[in-house]
Design a protein around this ligand. Structure first.
Ligand code: UT7
Length: 321
């Protein structure tokens, strides 16, 4: 069967690291509060010259290097972001130009923190349909540029970064590598719990992020546990078969609560929220690349990606390395 196989991964972070102590100089917060409520200790914030496109291009270049491929091998770029460099053109086309990949297909998808799952499903479908042989799937964000830096309930939670994987359509055996199954959801009834209060067609401005954190938290645990159970039921795997869960990194307490609800060993959950904070669409591929490079995720492993974010949108994908 034709499956989309992960050939490589890469990630990128802005140069400037901002620990909690520095956040406490900007708003009325403390390292203790942030660590206890979220698990976050540090985030990276983009500086001059660092944008969603430059971070994405760096992550993409590293992913190509790890796959042993060159830009001309790529026929499709799907980039998930809620913080594009410009309203248009798509940031994916800027990345295409920055990495020197000419021709092929390139576009952005917007599903906020679930964006990487949506991008992965889109690229997987297009590869299996024969529209390209290899794809770069990227999650990249500069949320620092849409934060209200006077709102302590949101500004301490987010960071900037990018992650990328290379997918290749391959003819594999049923128990072979590749994307096995992806389940996506959206429910627009919850727009007002997590949104940006501006946009090209409403205010004509970029706007700032607004979130009712407690409500989002409650929905996140329920929706994530439910979609993970669906993916396992659809594929016939048990929780114990999963080698690694690579979740969206919003809050260490959400990761713990979801793992508990599913009966998943906490040691199987890749956690990078302490170092990167919530990087929205970038968080899943950033965490994945971190765990590949430190040797935890290896060929043959069964990996579950999962995410939940604004919209609401949520989803999970089961992938054999
Ligand atoms: O990526 C998309 C998905 N996003 C998420 O999954 C985020 C989900 N939500 C969360 O992670 C958590 O709800 C938060 C981390 C946002 C908040 O944690 P919480 O335990 O739900 O706190 P809370 O909002 O109930 O606030 C508790 C208290 C409040 O004070 P009072 O009203 O009890 O006096 C807040 O004003 O903590 C206060 N507070 C802070 N204190 C110090 C809120 N933010 C801060 C802060 N520093 N930064």
């Amino acid at each position: 069967m034709i499956r989309s196989v992960v050939r490589g991964s890469g990630s990128a972070l802005p140069k400037r690291a901002v620990p909690n102590a520095e956040m406490a100089l900007m708003v009325d917060t403390s390292d203790e509060w942030i660590v206890e409520r979220t698990g976050i200790r540090n985030r990276h914030i983009a500086g001059e010259g660092e944008t969603t496109a430059t971070l994405a291009a760096e992550a993409a270049t590293k992913a190509l290097e790890s796959a042993g491929l060159v830009p001309s091998d790529i026929g499709l770029i799907v980039l998930a972001t809620a913080t594009p460099d410009q309203t248009f053109p798509a940031t994916a086309t800027k990345v295409q130009d920055l990495i020197g990949c000419h021709g092929g297909i390139a576009f952005d998808v917007a599903a906020v923190c679930s964006g990487f799952l949506y991008a992965l499903a889109t690229a997987d479908s297009m590869l299996r349909a024969g529209m390209a042989k290899r794809a770069l799937v990227i999650g990249a964000e500069t949320f620092s540029r849409i934060l209200d830096w006077e709102d302590r309930t949101t500004c301490v939670l987010f960071g900037d970064g990018a992650g990328a994987i290379v997918l290749e359509a391959q003819d594999v055996a049923e128990d072979g590598p590749g994307v096995i199954f992806t389940q996506l959801h959206a429910d627009g009834a919850h727009n007002e719990l997590l949104y940006v209060d501006g946009g090209p067609s409403t205010t004509g401005t970029v706007g700032k992020l607004r979130m009712k954190g407690r409500e989002v938290f409650r929905h996140a645990v329920t929706n994530l546990a439910s979609v993970l159970e669906t993916v396992l039921a659809e594929t016939g795997f048990a929780v114990a078969d999963i080698d690694w869960v690579v979740p969206h990194q919003a809050n260490a307490r959400i990761l713990d609560a979801t793992a508990r609800k599913l009966g998943l060993e906490p040691g199987k959950v890749i956690v990078t929220v302490d170092r990167h904070a919530n990087t929205s669409a970038a968080s899943v591929p950033l965490a994945f690349d971190t765990a590949v490079r430190d040797g935890r995720i290896k060929p043959g492993d069964l990996v579950m990606f999962e995410a939940m974010g604004g919209g609401f949108t949520w989803g999970a994908s089961l992938v054999r390395m």
